[in-house]
Design a protein around this ligand. Structure first.
Ligand code: SF4
Length: 260
């Protein structure tokens, strides 16, 4: 893909501008792929399995090519807007770093980090219950036990794990973006930033809601894990409540393409 092709995709009116800024990047489950320039670019850039394989040279060649094109486009755009990128000095970088550190110190971000760590520990400590469950379900499938739909249970467990794993780190990453943006907006009194941080906070809330629902289903499959799962649910509920309190406009934020 060259620069002209990239511009052609980005300027295609079929695509919704900025739709990819406030999504959860789960393209396999996204209903808006036909309206998303990022999806179209990725499909062209990584058309086959080989090009998506990080251990394959082709993947890194493609990535490096895209990196060069993107830098060129940023430079061109900055020049058109009269922005001198060489004017971004160490002070600006230091300020950014300080904001990130302040965000990391907030209770909300700490909770989200704790959540991702606890999920990791839970899966690590419970590998045996998944193996036992798999054996039980396979036996039930073989015996065709009446009243038990083991195949559907197996599919549901897979789905629950996929959902939890998908948002496990994303909640922290998006919260960092949202909290940093809000702190920056407050510090520099920039109202325009609300659009971005409320959008990121909404993605956090959606990921948190879906994770809470997934852990509820996990509890049904593994009732003996009740205590540990309830601890995780309490943590998620705290994240949800504190995110809503810190970003009171996030729930009503209209994400382009998804909520309008
Ligand atoms: S909007 Fe949908 S298709 Fe586009 S990047 Fe986000 S999840 Fe993927």
């Amino acid at each position: 893909m060259d620069k002209d092709r990239l511009k052609e995709i980005v300027n295609n009116p079929d695509f919704i501008p900025g739709i990819y800024n406030f999504c959860d990047r789960w393209c396999e489950r996204c209903t808006m792929t036909s309206r998303c320039a990022t999806y179209a670019i990725d499909k062209e850039r990584f058309p086959d399995e080989e090009s998506m394989d990080m251990s394959n040279e082709k993947f890194w060649d493609k990535l490096s090519e895209m990196f060069k094109i993107t830098i060129e486009m940023i430079m061109e755009d900055a020049e058109k807007r009269g922005i001198d990128l060489s004017g971004i000095d160490d002070t600006a970088i230091k300020e950014r770093e300080d904001l990130r550190k302040s965000a990391e110190e907030t209770e909300l971000v700490k909770l989200s980090k704790k959540y991702s760590d606890e999920v990791e520990d839970w899966f690590k400590n419970n590998q045996d219950i998944f193996m036992d469950k798999e054996n039980t379900l396979q036996q039930q499938i073989g015996l065709a036990v009446p009243g038990i739909n083991a195949e559907s249970d197996a599919a549901d467990i897979n789905d629950v794990v996929d959902v939890i794993r998908w948002y496990q780190y994303q909640i922290y990453v998006k919260l960092m973006r949202a909290v940093t943006g809000k702190l920056e907006g407050m510090q520099d009194e920039i109202d325009d930033m609300a659009q971005d941080y409320n959008g990121s906070a909404k993605v956090v809330l959606l990921g948190t809601d879906r994770s809470i629902s997934a852990w509820g289903r996990m509890l049904q499959h593994f009732p003996r894990e009740e205590n540990n799962i309830l601890d995780i649910l309490v943590l998620l509920e705290k994240i949800r409540k504190q995110t809503e309190a810190f970003f009171p406009d996030a729930r009503s934020f209209k994400r382009p393409g998804f909520d309008d």
